[in-house]
Design a protein around this ligand. Structure first.
Ligand SMILES: CC(C)(COP(=O)(O)OP(=O)(O)OC[C@H]1O[C@@H](n2cnc3c(N)ncnc32)[C@H](O)[C@@H]1OP(=O)(O)O)[C@@H](O)C(=O)NCCC(=O)NCCS
Length: 152
């Protein structure tokens, strides 16, 4: 995928070394049928942000979402998040999940604006003392394609 170098730049500039995906991991994410990689394009063609999703049978996990600092606050993150929620609804998922740094209140509040709620604390998730929270957005499942069953 031609976007790989730009995604690597985003990983390097948005995450500390122990939390970013390696080039090898990014390549795997790009070709894995169980993952998908999305980019937010600013203006004509500049890649401002990237998101990696893990697709499970009934849920989507947002593995990472990041926007270059120069582009933050302009809605690129929201557009990526909306894409994740649209995909989840389309796939009839019951939830979208993610993990976030417990101390990053700005980030967890941003997730809460989309409807995510903290479900549990994950102690020492990133490293000793660096706790995370597991957050979940529960989706209402549509009763489409249902049928009626009975006996007379
Ligand atoms: C979280 C993030 C993806 C949001 O992207 P964005 O393009 O700025 O998002 P939007 O423009 O749609 O929304 C902006 C809101 O994001 C929230 N936000 C959360 N963390 C932020 C940060 N580090 N810097 C700026 N805004 C942040 C703020 O509430 C902001 O609202 P405000 O403009 O009213 O202050 C981006 O801030 C980022 O890349 N952060 C660093 C990487 C990260 O921590 N990713 C999540 C873990 S995988």
């Amino acid at each position: 995928m031609g976007d790989l170098p730009a995604i690597e730049v985003i990983e390097k500039s948005c995450f500390p070394a122990d939390r970013r995906s390696s080039l090898r991991a990014l390549r795997y994410s790009l070709k894995s049928p169980a993952q998908s990689v999305w980019v937010a394009v600013a203006g004509q063609r500049e890649i401002a942000g990237a998101m990696i999703l893990y697709h499970h049978p009934r849920s989507i996990r947002i593995f990472s979402i990041a926007v270059l600092s120069a582009f933050r606050g302009a809605g690129a993150g929201r557009r990526l998040m909306e894409q994740a929620l649209t995909l989840a609804r389309r796939a009839d998922c019951t939830a979208v999940t993610l993990e976030a740094d417990q101390h990053d209140r700005r980030l967890t509040s941003w997730y809460e604006k989309f409807g995510f709620r903290i479900k549990k604390t994950l102690s020492d998730y990133h490293s000793p003392g660096a706790h995370a929270v597991h957050m979940r957005l529960t989706l209402k499942t549509a009763l489409k394609g249902g049928r009626v069953r009975g006996r007379s």
